[in-house]
Write a protein of this length. Structure first.
Length: 202
């Protein structure tokens, strides 16, 4: 009987150990702190209109982004996991964020990159659907992340995104997707795309 009891206790403790827990995600104005990973995330809006090459040139001493580096796609997933309490390990896969997680709050903290004028896009995509409520993107945070480096030091980059969308004028839902669209012009300055930059919390 004692052995059965100890086995049950061990099982419960192991389940607690592997269960995801929500970290404290703190809004500090221009950056957001994930207390569990010990990383500060610079607001993505600080790097819109700046290309990948523009940003890396400002990492050095005295640069606009001194102390920061590019976040990896896996670190992006970890941030989402810590905020929602749901483990996300896959990249290049759309991950639905439950309504109870309040993804809008995280998007506000990181900084929406979608231009206000674009938040109604979808209605005019095709005139055949002018009388219908077409699916549309309501808001998004899109930034460059890195997903690897070769032996010569070449860094592979991609986009990671948190988005709020509406299906045909009905259900509104949120999702995240890491490491998408690997063919990025490193010199392009996009008003709706920034960079996910991190540093160790101070």
């Amino acid at each position: 009987m004692k052995n059965h009891f100890m086995t049950a206790i061990t099982l419960v403790l192991s389940l607690i150990a592997i269960s995801p827990t929500k970290a404290d995600i703190i809004d500090n104005g221009s950056f957001t702190t994930d207390t569990q990973s010990g990383l500060d995330w610079l607001d993505v809006t600080e790097t819109t209109y700046k290309s990948y090459n523009d940003v890396i040139e400002q990492f050095g001493k005295g640069g606009d982004f001194e102390g920061y580096r590019y976040a990896t796609a896996l670190e992006f997933n970890t941030l989402i996991s810590h905020y929602t309490g749901v483990v996300i390990s896959q990249t290049e896969v759309r991950q639905v964020i439950e309504k109870s997680a309040n993804a809008d709050r995280l998007m506000r903290m990181l900084g929406s990159t979608q231009l206000p004028a674009k938040r109604k896009r979808g209605y005019e995509i095709d005139q055949r659907y002018e009388n219908e409520q077409w699916a549309r993107m309501l808001d998004s945070v899109i930034g460059i992340t890195i997903h690897g480096q070769d032996k010569e030091g070449y860094v592979y980059i991609s986009y990671s995104v948190i988005a709020k969308t509406q299906d045909f004028g009905t259900k509104i839902w949120h999702y995240s997707n890491a490491n998408i669209n690997r063919y990025i012009n490193r010199n392009i300055k996009d008003p709706e795309v920034g960079s996910f930059l991190v540093r160790k919390s101070r």
